[in-house]
Design a binder for this molecule. Structure first.
Ligand SMILES: Nc1ncnc2c1ncn2[C@@H]1O[C@H](COP(=O)(O)OP(=O)(O)OP(=O)(O)O)[C@@H](O)[C@H]1O
Ligand SMILES: [Mg+2]
Length: 510
């Protein structure tokens, strides 16, 4: 195994990256069309060649090319390889395709329970009050599961919807035990769920849930696999896109054992369009991301953010990214200029490179590169011509993709959804039974009244039939519902939830 991977060449010589430090995370930044995806592909390919598995979101479909042989290489690739004197050996990399919608890859899904209240709240763009209601819903489900009741199983969106309905129909009891939720919050959440479903997110929630071991499989030939998440459609729902990747990151963090520093990472995770992750993100979420990023490296996972400007990434996260690939930035506006200055300051100085100036002058396929050396110190920034990939640049044909999908038995296990009995079925049945009981009760009352009336009119009895009100009626009145409020305890609960799992994902219950 090589100790490092070659990225390209600079006036100082070949630029490489130490595999040992590849878990210290990275950043690929640059304006559109400056060469970010090609750099990502070069890195992913080099990792796979060295036996490191990769997971990467493919925003435009062009990363799929890594699965195909790059022969014949495009003229620019041949020219670049000659220019920097690095070999260009056409080669296809082992790749597995995943797709939340199950169209361009094997379906990848998880359960609502696994997603947890915090990320679910983010997907639903929940207000504080709605987030409070969601937290309560998850708490109830949690308690049911602990009591061995399957109605606490939140597998798909139907289950969450059934639980929310239960919450509004039993607001009084729920309020006593967990804190009050307003009918407005529930109604708003129900509407948002519907919208989410209309956007196709129902594909994403359910079983069989994606197993992390898919990303950790080893191959007999010792190469790593590039797991490509087809994200062209997913990224149209930015909240779902970012919540999914956050979920995956926090799962990796929770599930993988501590391994300390290794010769190479176990997995490298490329998070493209990373600005979506942080846009409008509450401070707690940013802090959590920072924490996951900081801690996940000792589990042998490197996270690489790909975005246009380093300014898209909060400073506390940015400072964790040791391996930097900065393509050209344009500085038209004052905020662009600020981003350029910030990017420049983040590099270890090299007296031969005026970073702030050169960032704006870089050609396509060129980047300012600084990586961590064997000892973990950043190398001086170098203006680097990035090498071309050996695999195909640009999207592969759909037919090729489908052939690969058919050949991958592990991925095929996810093709068929399973719908086991969970909240939706059980609560639905119970609501039906309750409705039937109420109907029977009303019928009985009516019969008794009728009997009393006929006995009165016949003059036989003097006692009035007492109204026997159904004791099962725990429904709140409209007024009670209107005056319901989010209990002050709810915010504390949210904070506790955040502390519970690193991103609020609940404890394992597989
Ligand atoms: N290392 C390289 N050497 C030479 N040319 C390159 C290199 N990298 C990229 N290019 C050229 O630039 C084009 C665009 O590259 P790429 O798709 O990686 O840009 P991008 O920054 O990902 O763009 P976008 O922001 O639109 O996704 C490539 O098709 C290729 O022609
Ligand atoms: Mg790109």
């Amino acid at each position: 195994m090589a100790a490092s991977i070659e990225i390209g060449a600079s006036p100082e010589g070949i630029q490489s990256m130490a595999l040992k430090r590849a878990n210290r995370h990275g950043l690929i930044a640059g304006a559109t069309g400056t060469g970010k995806t090609v750099t990502l592909q070069v890195l992913a390919e080099a990792f796979a060649r060295e036996g490191v598995n990769v997971f990467a979101a493919d925003i435009k479909g062009d990363l799929s090319g890594c699965a195909a042989n790059g022969d014949p290489a495009p003229a620019w690739a041949v020219a670049r390889a000659a220019e920097i004197n690095l070999p260009l050996t056409p080669e296809a990399m082992p790749a597995v395709f995943w797709d939340v919608y199950g169209e361009l890859g094997h379906p990848v899904r998880t359960t609502v329970t696994e997603m947890g209240p915090v990320l679910m709240g983010r997907v639903l763009e929940a207000t504080d009050a709605q987030a409070g209601a969601l937290t309560i819903a998850f708490r109830i489900a949690d308690d049911w599961i602990k009591a061995g009741k399957n109605e606490g199983l939140l597998l798909d969106l139907n289950d969450l919807r059934a639980l929310l309905t239960y919450l509004s129909e039993n607001a009084e009891e729920v309020g006593k035990q967990y804190g009050l939720v307003t009918p407005q919050s529930i109604a708003a959440l129900q509407r948002k769920l519907l919208q989410l479903e209309m956007d196709g997110a129902d594909h994403f929630f359910g079983e069989p849930a994606f197993k992390l071991e898919e990303l950790l499989r080893t191959r007999p030939d010792g190469k790593g696999t590039i797991n490509v998440l087809a994200s062209e459609r997913l990224v149209q729902s930015p909240r779902l896109y970012s919540a999914f990747l956050l979920w995956l990151m926090s799962e990796l963090w929770e599930e993988l054992p501590e391994v300390g520093d290794q010769d190479k990472p176990k997995l490298v995770f490329f998070f493209d369009e990373a600005h979506l992750l942080f846009r409008d993100a509450p401070k707690e979420l940013i802090n959590r991301v920072e924490q996951v990023v900081r801690l996940i490296r000792s589990k042998g996972v490197g996270i690489y953010f790909v975005t246009q400007s380093p300014a898209d990434i909060p400073e506390i996260v940015l400072s964790q990214l040791g391996n930097r690939f900065q393509h050209a930035l344009r500085a038209y506006t004052p905020s662009d200029q600020k981003a350029v200055r910030a990017a420049a300051q983040s590099f270890r100085a090299n007296e031969n490179v005026d970073v702030a100036k050169e960032i704006q002058e870089l050609n396509v396929g060129e980047a300012l590169v600084s990586t961590l050396d064997e000892k973990g110190a950043p190398t001086p920034v170098a203006r680097t011509k990035i090498r071309p990939p050996n695999s195909h640049v640009g999207p592969i044909l759909l037919a090729e993709r489908q052939t690969m999908m058919r050949a991958n038995t592990a991925g095929r296990a996810y093709e068929k959804t399973i719908d086991r009995e969970s909240a939706h079925e059980i609560l639905g049945r119970r609501a039906q039974q309750a409705a039937e009981a109420t109907a029977r009760e009303e019928e009985r009352e009516a019969r008794e009244k009728e009997a009393a009336r006929s006995s009165r009119s016949s003059g036989a009895g003097t006692s009035r039939a007492k109204s026997t009100r159904s004791s099962g009626g725990s429904r709140t009145t409209a007024v009670e519902r209107q005056t319901g409020r989010v209990a002050s305890g709810v915010m504390n609960t949210i904070v506790r939830e955040l502390m519970r799992g690193i991103l609020g994902t609940p404890r394992r219950r597989r």
